[in-house]
Every structure is written in C-alpha cells, then in structure tokens.
Design a binder for this molecule. Structure first.
Ligand code: ACO
Length: 326
C-alpha cells in the first residue's frame, strides 16, 4: 500500500507579540523565571476580532498557494483545536465557508496539543481507505482567549497561531512510515477548562471565578508529559526499524524546553537535530507542530529524503508521534 505524505504546509501567527517583559507588568513574574523554567521568551496573541478559523484560513491559503492547488482540490478538512470558534458549528465548517466550499466532509477533533498528530493519522487512514484523496489538516488554537491573565502559573505559557498541512497519497518512498497514538482519560483533571461545557455550563459565577480558563497542575503535567513524549518518540523510531541517530529532524510539541530535552535524550536524538522554536511562539497547543514544521521548511532545515519525527502530548491526557520520510 502506498504511503501518505505532506505535500504542502502553511502557518500564521497573529501580529501582536507579548514578551516576557510585557508579562512582568501584568503579573508577579520575571523574564528570568519564564526563560529558565520554560524556554519561552515571547508569544503571539490573536486580536479581539480574530477567531481560530481566521488564523487557519490565512495558513490554509498559504499552503494551497505553495502547492498550486485550489480549495476545490480538497476532499476533506480536519481541524484540531481545543479553542473552537463555537461549540457548534465546528471550526472546520467555518474554514470550509471561508475557502468558498460547500460540499465536502469537514470536522473538528479535540486532542489538545496532540491534535495535529491525531489529525494526520486520521487523514492517513481516510486516504488509505480510499474515502478521500487530498485532505487539509489544521492545528490551531487561540488559548489567549481562555487564559486567566491573573494566574502567573499558566498565563506565561501559551500563545496563538495556526499551522496547516495538505496531505495526499505518495507517489514515491516519501510519507508516513510509523505512527502511535493513545490517551488516558484518568488524567483529565490535571489539565482542564472546567466550565463552558455541559458539565458546568457558563454562568455569571463561572465567569467571575474564571472557570472557563486553563486550570493545570503544572508539576504533575510535566512528569506525565516527559513519560508519554519520550515513550512515543522511541516507539515510532523502533516501529520504523530505526535508531534515534537516523532521525534528521525531531519536531516535538513545544510546551517546555525541559520536557523536550528529556524526550530527546530518551529517544537518543542529538540536540542539533531537534527543532526548537518555543522561545518565539510558546505553547500553541495543536498548532505548535505544524507551525514549527512550516518554519523549519522555510529555513531550509527539511530536505527530500529526510527522516522527521513529530511528537506530542496534551490535555486528556493524549499523546502521539509520527515518523515520516520527507
Ligand atoms: N513566575 C514566577 N514564579 C512562578 C511563576 C511565574 N510565572 N509560576 C509559578 N511560579 C512559582 C510558583 O508559585 C512556585 O513558587 P513557590 O515555590 O513559592 O510555591 C515556584 O515558582 C515553582 O513552581 P513550580 O510549579 O514547581 O515550577 P515548575 O518548575 O514546575 O514550572 C511549569 C512550572 C513551567 C508550569 C512546569 O510545571 C510545566 O511546564 N509543566 C507542564 C506544563 C505543560 O506542558 N502544559 C501543557 C499544557 S498544553 C495543553 O494541552 C493545553
């Protein structure tokens, strides 16, 4: 069976940049604390009138243009996000509308920061089953809109943005070679937006208590993240019959530089083959990997035939990794 490959990427970061020094004026924190504990220096913040689908549309148009494709060439759209425009309709429906399409299947998936990897695996399955030929997979989040800007333990961590990949059947050796994914709902309470859903619908009280924002037990999340990201990276490398040193570029989810470092070491991938951009974009949840990939391509870090590994964990808990030949 033929492999499934990424034929084009695009990304978009909102114009507004919020630096650690800006945050020093908002909460009791310091550039030194944020940099040493997380690796983050700055993040992009969506404008008030910019929803998640708006960011995706900008990234999608770039990806289509690069591939010399029209929106009509797409058979499906998968959007990975935990910050949808609305509970319903899906953000994918807004993206479809924005692209001027009206008759292909489109849907959202919620796997937090692992969303883009889940989306790619879904797209691969749809293409291999023959149901679709070409799928647009987006990872996008606007977590700044669901952040408690008075909580220093979370507000320094996140940014906004969108990344997109267009995926289709490969005509050569390039494409996805191995993948793994999983979830453990027992850990759901460690990283959660408590209100706004059917468990706790929004009320005046939930808004006053800021229960519609990110709540996280950082230390515990950190430990599980290291374990799941480390194991997932090593698993796809082993499934492909390779070793860490065979990887040309490791593009991990960028939540914390220390988590990346531990996962990289566990999978035996050299530091110079690890793509780090957390300093400039912070944690953009599902968007982090596709944005990082798009940046790496623009910088000439990805060449034909290279072995790439994507690796992520996220709220849920969810985790997943993909190894592919470019
Ligand atoms: N500035 C200054 N001090 C701070 C800040 C801040 N922004 N935040 C916390 N502190 C303080 C704490 O209050 C604590 O002080 P205390 O010792 O007086 O009580 C001290 O710093 C140490 O706090 P810890 O939480 O132990 O710090 P830690 O080294 O664990 O770093 C962090 C915290 C960065 C949140 C880390 O735990 C982490 O990265 N966890 C994983 C987060 C993550 O990856 N989340 C993914 C979410 S993605 C998604 O799915 C939406």
């Amino acid at each position: 069976m033929k492999r499934v490959k990424i034929v084009s990427t695009g990304s978009y970061l909102p114009e507004k940049v919020l630096t650690n020094h800006d945050l020093e004026k908002m909460v009791d924190t310091s550039d030194e604390w944020i940099t040493t504990r997380t690796g983050i220096k700055e993040r992009h913040i969506a404008a008030e009138n910019e929803a998640t689908s708006d960011l995706i549309l900008k990234a999608a148009k770039k990806a289509l243009e690069k591939a010399n494709l029209k929106p009509e060439d797409l058979d499906g759209i998968i959007v990975a996000t935990i910050t949808p425009d609305n509970t319903y309709p899906s953000t994918a429906c807004w993206v479809q509308k924005g692209l001027g399409l009206d008759n292909i299947p489109v849907f959202d998936i919620a796997a937090a920061c692992t969303g883009f990897i889940y989306g790619l695996i879904m797209a691969e399955s749809l293409i291999k089953s023959g149901l679709m030929k070409r799928v647009l997979v987006a990872g996008a989040d606007t977590l700044s809109k669901f952040t408690n800007w008075e909580d220093r333990s979370t507000c320094v961590l996140f940014g906004d943005g969108a990344g997109v990949a267009i995926v289709e059947e490969s005509d050569d050796e390039s494409g996805i070679i191995s993948r793994c994914w999983g979830a453990n709902g027992n850990l759901g309470d460690l990283l959660i937006q408590p209100a706004g859903g059917s468990k706790m619908p929004p009320t005046k009280e939930t808004v006053e208590k800021k229960l519609h924002t990110v709540h996280m037990e950082g230390n515990k999340v950190f430990r599980w993240a290291v374990r799941y990201m480390s194991e997932a990276a090593l698993k796809v490398i082993k499934l492909a019959g390779m070793k860490g040193e065979d990887v040309d570029l490791f593009i991990p989810h960028q939540a914390n530089i220390r988590i990346i470092e531990q996962a990289r070491k566990y999978a035996n991938i050299p530091p110079e083959k690890t793509y780090i951009v957390i300093d400039k974009i912070a944690n953009i949840s599902a968007a982090t990997i596709p944005i990082a990939l798009d940046m790496a391509i623009d910088e000439g870090r990805v060449k034909k035939g290279d072995i790439l590994v994507f690796d992520a964990f996220g709220g849920g808990f969810t985790w997943g990794a993909i190894l592919l030949k470019w």
